[in-house]
Unconditional design. Sequence first.
Length: 364
Amino acid sequence: MKDPGSRIRVAVFAMVLLKRRVLARKITAALPAAVIAVIFLYAVWPWLPATGHHHRTRTVVFYGFSILGEAMNRGIFPAFEKLWYDRTGEEVEFLASFAGSGTITNQMIMGVPADLAFLSLELDAQRLSAAGVISPGSWRSLPYHGVVNRTPFIILVRPGNPKDIQDFTDLARDGVGVIHPDPLTSGGANWAIVAEYGAGVRRPGAGPDAGYDLLLGVWRNVTAQAASARAARTQFENGFGDALITYEQEALYDRARGKLRADIVYPRSTILSEHTLVVVERNVGREERELVHAFVDFLWSEEAQRIFADYGFRSVIEGLNAEHPEFGTVEDPFLVSDYGGWARAKRDIVDSIWRDRVLPELRR
C-alpha cells in the first residue's frame, strides 16, 4: 500500500493534469464533483479502516522533454525499480509526463509537483532558477554539471534523398521545405538554431554575417513548426516538408526498430545537444530524499548510461559510445560552450540574430 504522503502527491499530480486538460478545452465550469470525490478518496484511502498495509510503494514524479519517453518508460524506470526493490524490498512507481522542454518548464513554474525534471537544455534550468523553483546553479553540483546524455543535431530527408541535401546550407536552397520545432516551446528548436548558426560561421572562408545568412536562408524555407521535436517529427512523417532538423537519437531509435521512413544526413558542422537534470528539492519530502537521490545517482551509472545508448542517446561516459557503431560521424562537432554557454547563446544568437534580425526580415 502506498504511504499517505505519496498518495497525496499522486492526487495533486492527477488534479494538475485534469485541470490542464480542462483548460485546453476551454471549459470554464468546475470539475465534476464525482471526479473530485474520487481523487480525494484516493488521497485519504490509507487512513480509512481495514485498508491494510501489506507493502510500501514509493512514488517519484518525473517530467522530461519530448524524446525521452521511450528511454525512460521502457529502459531507465524499470531498471531502477528493480535495483531499488532488490536493495530495500520497496516498490517504486514513476509518474511521468513528457512534452517540449519549454512546455514542461512553464508547467513547473506554474507549480506542478515534480520531484525531478530532465530538460533539453540548461537554459530551461536557468529559467527554473530565476523563478525560484530550484536553487541557482544547483544542477551544476551533479555529475557532469548535470548533463546526463548528448545527441548531435542531424537532418532527416525523404528516402533516397531526392533533394540531394548534404548539409545545413542545402536547406537554404529554393524549393526545399523545412520542418522545424517551435523555439517558443521546444528546447530542440533552440538547439537547432544554434546548430544552424554554428554551421554558417564555421564554414571555411565564412564572412562576419555567415551565421545570420544561413539562419535566414533556412528559415525562409520553414514551412511548418510544432511545439516539440517529437511533434515536428510527426508532421514530417505525415508528409510535410522535404527535411526535418532533429536529434540523432530520434532517427537511430526508429531505425534500429525498422520504423525509420527517412534517410539520415550528418551535417559537416553541427552541435552536440546536452541534456540537463534538475532536482526540485522543495517538492522532495524528507522521507523521499534518499529514494530521489538514489535515482539521480543511478542516471550516471554505467548501467543507466548503457540503457540511454541503447535508445540512441550518446553517453557522457565517452568509452561507452565506442560500443555503438550506429552513431554517425560528424566532421566538426561543437558545443554550446563554444559560444559562451546557454545564457550567452540565447542572448547573442537566438534573441539578437534569430528573433531580432531573421524574423523581422521574414515578415517583410
